[in-house]
Design a protein. Structure first.
Length: 110
């Protein structure tokens, strides 16, 4: 099993958001149990935020455009997924989004 969406940071930064959301939605229909509309809205916000940030970072960071970005990377043994993983050379950055959340559970913070 692999991430629901994966790309180089440069490609992601300028890809049409509808293409990215479409890729994520395909997997959503196959695997996600819950409020699908809420998940789609969350991804739309995430893509918008990340594309804006990436477009600012890439010109000033050597090789940043070659970094990888993964959406919804599965942790099989834990039966969870990481929202975003950035593969920056030898560094792995995990980003967890909590869009529109009013409260955070202990597992969200963990």
């Amino acid at each position: 099993m692999t991430a629901h969406y994966k790309s180089k940071l440069l490609e992601f930064s300028y890809a049409p958001p509808d293409i990215i959301i479409g890729s994520l939605s395909t997997r959503l229909l196959q695997e996600f149990i819950g409020d699908q509309q809420m998940q789609l809205r969350a991804w739309q916000e995430q893509v918008e935020i990340l594309q804006t940030v990436c477009q600012k970072i890439i010109p000033g960071a050597n090789l940043a455009g070659e970094w990888g970005i993964l959406f919804e990377y599965p942790l099989l043994r834990l039966q969870r997924r990481l929202d975003i993983v950035i593969l920056a050379g030898e560094v792995v950055c995990v980003i967890e989004f909590k869009t529109r959340a009013q409260n955070y559970s202990a597992i969200d913070i963990q």
